[in-house]
Design a protein around this ligand. Structure first.
Ligand SMILES: [Zn+2]
Length: 68
C-alpha cells in the first residue's frame, strides 16, 4: 500500500492514481487504476525510448533490408 503513480487512464479519460497489481511495488510492470480498476502494463523504463540493439528488426515492406 501507499505506492501510487499518476497515470493517464483511458477509461476515466483523465489522470488517475494507479496502484501496482502484483505487489511488486514501484517495480511492478502492471498497474491498476484506483478509480475504475482498469489494469495497464507499463514498459520498463529501460525500454522506453531506447531502440533495441539485440535484434535487428526489418520494417514490413522492405525485403531488401533483410539481406543486409
Ligand atoms: Zn480509470
Amino acid at each position: 500500500m501507499g505506492v501510487t503513480r499518476e497515470i493517464y487512464c483511458a477509461t476515466c479519460a483523465t489522470v488517475a492514481p494507479f496502484e501496482p497489481c502484483s505487489g511488486d511495488g514501484d517495480d511492478s510492470p502492471e498497474w491498476a487504476c484506483t478509480r475504475c480498476g482498469e489494469a495497464i502494463v507499463l514498459a520498463p523504463l529501460t525500454l522506453v525510448g531506447t531502440p533495441s540493439r539485440r535484434a535487428r528488426q526489418v520494417p514490413p515492406g522492405r525485403p531488401d533490408a533483410a539481406a543486409a
